[in-house]
Design a protein around this ligand. Sequence first.
Ligand SMILES: CC(C)(COP(=O)(O)OP(=O)(O)OC[C@H]1O[C@@H](n2cnc3c(N)ncnc32)[C@H](O)[C@@H]1OP(=O)(O)O)[C@@H](O)C(=O)NCCC(=O)NCCS
Length: 199
Amino acid sequence: MTAQRKTSVALISDAAPFAIRAERASDVVAREALLDACFGANRHTRTCQRLRDGRAPAEGLAFSVVRQGRLVATVRLWHVSAGGKPALVLGPLAVDASCRELGIGAALMSHALAAAKARGHGAVILLGDAPYYARFGFSALMTGELALPGPFERDRLLGLELRAGALDGAWGMIAPSGAAAQARLRPAGKARRLATHAA
Ligand SMILES: CC(C)(COP(=O)(O)OP(=O)(O)OC[C@H]1O[C@@H](n2cnc3c(N)ncnc32)[C@H](O)[C@@H]1OP(=O)(O)O)[C@@H](O)C(=O)NCCC(=O)NCCS
């Protein structure tokens, strides 16, 4: 509900509208810069990063928000095994500091969760601020028996069932289960130059 209200406000006021679309390979530079700005340069040391290292996001579940031609928000979801139960981990979610409180975060969360549900996923887990994520239905009720591969604050480990019972009996370690990320391709020009030198 909050998402709809906030999105409407953004669209009918003087504020520029925003568009949510599937993440593109060309988003990488702007996306990395946004994440550095939001989470700091040491963000790769965070516990949740252990669930993403070397993995690709879940199919069709990485989104960017563009506003006035600029990437201003990002979210991704990742396959995990939550103590043996298939689930998704959501994160990172980030909105550019200049575009906050416009409903972009809520719209992006609602979009991503609807897309995950439409694809048949049963549950989403994340590590984040309960006062923010409660509005989307996340709580610590179903994650009390789960653990992450590193230090974490128990009251920030939150879950949402997209299908009733999807996290019933979830117990143990949350572990990555997604496909391996594809190695980044060398830009064509550079590859050609290297080939020329090698010849
Ligand atoms: C958290 C974040 C994604 C919210 O994005 P946003 O586009 O500003 O969010 P929205 O406009 O949809 O919602 C704003 C509402 O969320 C609340 N909110 C924002 N961050 C919050 C937090 N950490 N805890 C509780 N409430 C929060 C605001 O007070 C506001 O409340 P209101 O609806 O009652 O006015 C954004 O602040 C951000 O990127 N922060 C830095 C990175 C981060 O912390 N990511 C989340 C990891 S836990």
